[in-house]
Design a protein around this ligand. Sequence first.
Ligand code: DGL
Length: 278
Amino acid sequence: MSSKSPIGVFDSGVGGLSVARQFMRLLPSESLLYFADTAHVPYGGRPLDEVRGFALSITDYLIRSGAKMVVMACNISSAVALDEARKLYPKTPILGVIVPGVQAAVKQGGRRLGVLATQGTVSSGAYTRAAANLAPNAVVTEVPCPRFVPLIEAGKTETVEALNAARAYLEPLSRASCDTIILGCTHYPFLINALSHEARDLFSADCLPRFVDPAQETVREAAAVLADRSAVAPAGELACHRYFTSADPDAVGDQIEAFLGSRIDGCNHVSLDPARLS
Ligand code: DGL
């Protein structure tokens, strides 16, 4: 493995592209291996042990494929599988998105934090724990948002359904007077238009909440870890991104192009190793 090796990034579907696009923007010399576990999306309503099995299986695949680092661009995977993955693969740096999300909120000066996340992430208590460590004086309100991921995966981000769902999930955060709202699922940055629209209606104009996308802070953390290990891709290196999915590669390839807004050089099918699934 060398500094030119790719960074593995994965999610249940297209959500992790909100993190991948920040890698492309902020670290343009780094190549990516992106894995979308679309055969199993959404993860959010599944038993946490099942999600852990998917996340560990994908991590194993990415490391065997030569990734120099793995980024769990998926909150629920970060919540339930990060500690175990780090124990299983101690030589490879493995990053999650939850601690960076809370760090970003703290940097913004958030004191009344709202977290929009999947049911599994909320049930895991991972945001509550991270906030207790990093922002002990903050008041945290978490809202599970089961309608969001199916809408986003279907490309229905700019629809009345998206606006209605955004309004329903923001209402408790408005009642709690949140000043900062963490997008605690990597799919949700793709709904920022609907969320901002409804927030303007629900919050008073002088108290509009800031939305925090953990992606940039995650990339900053990744850059620091790579620098620390002398594993940064050489400046000017031509990055090569490759895409994999557990579902139909043609359909997922089209979906990835739509979400990235640019052409990709194909998408390949990979079956997860059943021996590694719990
Ligand atoms: N995008 C993922 C997350 O950040 C998973 C969403 C899902 O599949 O429910 O949690």
